[in-house]
Design a protein around this ligand. Structure first.
Ligand SMILES: *Cc1c(COP(=O)(O)O)cnc(C)c1O
Length: 324
């Protein structure tokens, strides 16, 4: 059976590195912890000392609610709730309808995807005051922090203005000042100030340069054979051998969440031949036991026209996770 190994020490090294920039970390574990497995990953985070996390929705929050002091829900829906759940407010309309008392106010400073528009802030603050919501946090999200262009700093300056205004409002109304957070992974080491908390996702998992990979995918051997000269293997016989070679079939395919490929792929330990199947692929050579498909998604992604996030997040939750 294929297995996902989660390398705890690598995660801890990533957390130690991030905590040198800012020790207050909101760990983003949306989408099944970027495919790593939300429960296994959360246990490691907790062991390191993380006490606040961000998830996608209430269902994800529910699964880990006993582990953390605060769970920030990016896209809350009606359903089970709890005192340690904080709902992100993605629009004025949502704020008006909201009934959950604990919120994080998202400000649209330039990505134009979600959040209260900057000129809606006063109206939002009025609603917050009238309905006595507790604003636990205020945040924004960068659209271009992986580029060298200026956009990130424009958003950063806008956010500083928002921060000042919210602080004045809180003082005037004698309410607790929320914490401010802005930095996703790419922004971590680029900003003059990361404010109260940082909010990294992909850096935790080692999906960008400078951070260690946490996920390793290994597959088991199903069978092996000699592929004779002139034979083709797999669907449509895409790989044709011009000599007698040994080939091995291993037990992961696109049904396990790997990206589809039509003509070979470079794995950590081996070379896959021809087309990937739903539950298996054929690799070159003779293997007796476990084959490492990838142990660093930054390398594996080079086979495909996509990003590391996309590979990780799709690894099937049905594959067993083992923390090592
Ligand atoms: C996904 C997400 C993050 C984490 O982004 P990374 O690029 O993985 O660091 C942070 N904030 C918000 C609002 C997000 O949606």
């Amino acid at each position: 059976m294929a297995t996902v190994y989660l390398h705890k020490q690598n995660l801890f090294d990533n957390l130690n590195k991030i905590s040198k920039i800012n020790p207050n970390i909101l760990a983003v574990i949306k989408d099944n912890a970027y495919g790593h497995g939300i429960i296994s990953f959360s246990k490691m985070l907790k062991e390191w000392g993380i006490n606040k996390v961000c998830v996608k929705n209430n269902d994800e929050a529910e699964v880990i609610k006993s582990l953390f002091e605060e769970i920030i829900i990016f896209f809350p829906h009606t359903g089970r709730s709890a005192k340690n759940f904080s709902y992100c407010i993605n629009s004025l309309k949502q704020l008006k309808k909201n009934r959950h008392p604990y919120i994080h106010l998202k400000i649209d400073t330039g990505m134009h995807r979600n959040g209260i528009l900057m000129d809606e802030l006063e109206e939002a603050l009025k609603i917050i005051k009238d309905k006595e919501f507790e604003v636990r946090g205020v945040f924004t999200h960068f659209c271009c922090s992986d580029e060298t262009a200026n956009d990130m700093f424009i958003q950063y300056e806008r956010f500083k203005k928002i921060k000042n205004r919210v602080e004045v409002f809180c003082k005037e109304n004698e309410i607790k000042i929320p914490y401010f957070h802005i930095a996703n992974s790419y922004a971590l080491d680029k900003l003059p100030d990361t404010f109260d908390y940082v909010r990294p996702g992909i850096a935790l998992y080692g999906g960008i340069e400078g951070y260690k990979p946490v996920m390793e995918l290994r597959a088991d051997v199903l069978s092996s054979r000699i592929l004779k000269k002139g034979w083709g293997c797999g669907y449509n016989k895409i790989y044709m051998s011009d000599e007698d070679i040994e080939v091995t079939t291993i037990d992961v395919g696109y049904g396990d969440g790997l990206p589809y490929f039509k003509n070979g792929c470079k794995l950590k330990d081996a070379e896959a031949l021809g087309k990937i199947s739903m539950d298996s692929m054929i690799i070159k050579g003779c293997f007796e036991k476990e084959v490492v498909v990838f142990d660093d998604v930054k390398e594996f992604v080079k086979n495909f026209d996509t990003i590391t996030y996309d590979i990780l997040v799709k690894i099937s939750p049905r594959i067993k996770r083992k923390t090592v």
